[in-house]
Design a protein around this ligand. Sequence first.
Ligand code: IDP
Ligand code: MG
Length: 206
Amino acid sequence: MVLFQRSLIRSLVQGQLSLCAPLSGNESSVPAWCSARSRHRIDRHGCYTTSVIAGVSERTLIAVKPDGVQRRLVGQIVQRFEQRGFKLVGMKLLQAREDILSQHYHDLHKKPFYPNLLRYMSSGPVVAMVWEGHNVVRTSRLMVGNTNPAEAYPGTIRGDYSVHISRNVIHASDSVEGAQREIQLWFDRRELVDWDCCDHSSSYQV
Ligand code: IDP
Ligand code: MG
């Protein structure tokens, strides 16, 4: 099993196997993990996409900040979004470049805490993710909780894992337009994977 997993990972890394491998588009090439009820098309990257169900394809940028990564909270944070019913379409661990951070926080550049914020965000790796689903921007802000962990309710991510505004563990886009801008800033299009959740009809009436 371990050997199988290793060879699968090696194939993915070497590009021999891909979730969005270009295929011919005939019916027989639709993989088994696609739900039988969805109508498939293949986009210009050769990725399968399901027919769009209103509002379900909203996307947001979530990032586990350096304190969250250092404290090994990545798994628990990912679990919350998976369990809520959202779909992971992009994920990477990276040391954020200063130009990305300054664009990301451009509206805060006059705040007194801005220099410390950039230092904090570049103090170690972050895990950037794109999550997709109905109302994901607003719902994920509710899951994340108040910017100031002292005001964040228990049960929210900040309310459960942090105590001070200078180390609040996680970022979540605050609007649909902001999310689109942030996703473009942090991810290349080709890093995002269109795929069908096999349990889609358990979360949505399709
Ligand atoms: P948000 O992350 O909840 O959207 P924003 O107001 O957009 O909150 O602020 C971005 C980030 O800047 C916060 O998550 C936090 O890390 C940092 N920040 C905001 N206000 C303060 C502050 O008063 N002191 C220190 N850091 C702050
Ligand atoms: Mg914000």
